[in-house]
Design a protein around this ligand. Sequence first.
Ligand SMILES: [Fe+2]
Length: 388
Amino acid sequence: MGDLKEGLADALEGARQRSLGLLDPLSEADQLAQHSPLMSPLVWDLAHVGHYEELWLLRAVARTRPIDPAHDDIYDAFKHVRKERARLPILGPAEARRHIAMVRGRVLDVLDKVELDPAVPLLSEGFVYGMVAQHEHQHDETMLATLQLRASPEPYPYGGGPAAVPPAGAGTEILVPGGPFVMGADGDPFAYDNERPAHVVDLAPFRIDTFPVTNREYLAFVEAGGYDERRFWSEAGWAHRRAEELAAPLFWSPAGGGSWTVRRYGTELDLPLDEPVQHVCWYEADAYARFAGKRLPTEAEWEKAAYHGAERLFGDVWQWTSSDFTPYPGFRWFPYKEYSEVFYGPDYKVLRGGSWATSPLVARTTFRNWDYPIRRQIFAGFRCARDA
Ligand SMILES: [Fe+2]
C-alpha cells in the first residue's frame, strides 16, 4: 500500500479502536438500553457505523451486494427516529462487533486494490475513506453524549471534559478588523459538501470573546435570576423556559452545606468554575449574551476570528453561533443529499469549532455542525461577540 492508502487505513483503524474502547467497559444491558429518548442504543450506533462503511466502502466503491438487506432499514438513520431504535431487531453487542469486523476486513481488501483515481470525486485523495472515518468519530462523540445522560451508580471510566480557561483570559475580547476574508474549505480533501465552495465574505469590524464563556461567568447569569428575566430571552426561548423545558445546566446541591454542581457521566461534580460551560442550548446562549450586553457571533464572524487569535476553538466545547444552517453560494450536495442538504433552513442553528469529544480528524476551522436550538445533550457552549 502507498502512503495515502496506509494513512486512510490508519484513520479507519483509529476510529474503530476509539468506538470499541468507549463501549467495552459497559455491560451488555448498558449497550442495548435506551438511555434517553434523544439518543440511540449504543450498540445501534456501533452497528450503524459498520453499515455506513459497507454502503460507501464496499457497495459504492466495489459494487458489492448487500450483506444483509434488512440492515438497510434497521440502520438507516432516516427510517427510524432514535427513540424507536431499541425496539428494532438490532444486532447484539457480540454480533455487532463480529459484523463490523467482517465489513472492515473486506474494506481493507478493497482498499488494497482500488485505484484512488483523481478523476473520480468519491475516490480522489481518498475522500470517501475520510468521510467514513469521520462519520465513525462523529458517532463516537454521539455515544459520549449518550453516556453523559446514562444514569448509573457506577461511574463511567472514560475521562474527558473541557479544560480550564486561564482566569485572566475569561471575559477578554479580540478586535477583528473589517474587510473581506475567504470563508469555507478550499483545498482540504476531507471537507464536507456544506463547507464548500470557499467564497469571499466581507464583514464589518467586530469584537469577540477570546475564550468560550466559563461556568463562573454563566453562574453569574444564573445567580442574577437570568432564567426568570423575560428581557434576556427571545420569544421562542422564553416559551421553552415557561414550559420548564429549560433549567440551568448547573445544579444547586443542598447536600453538605450547599454548592453548585454539574453532572458528568451520571455523577455529580463540584462546579469547575474555570471550565467553559457546556450543555447549554442555543436559547440559553442567546439569553446569556443579552445579559452580558453582547450577542452571539455569526458563523462567518466565528470563522474569521479563528484566523485572528481567538483561542480554544477546538478541544473544549462546540460553540453556538447566531446563524441558521444554510448553503453557501454555489453549494452542490456530495456525495449524498442527506448529509447536509435536507437540513438546510431556519430550524437548525450552526455550531462551530469542536468539543473535547471531537476527533482532530473532524475538528477544522471550516467544519459546520448544526442542531435544533433546544438541544443541550451535545457538548455545546458558546462565546459572545459585539459590534466594534
Ligand atoms: Fe450516522
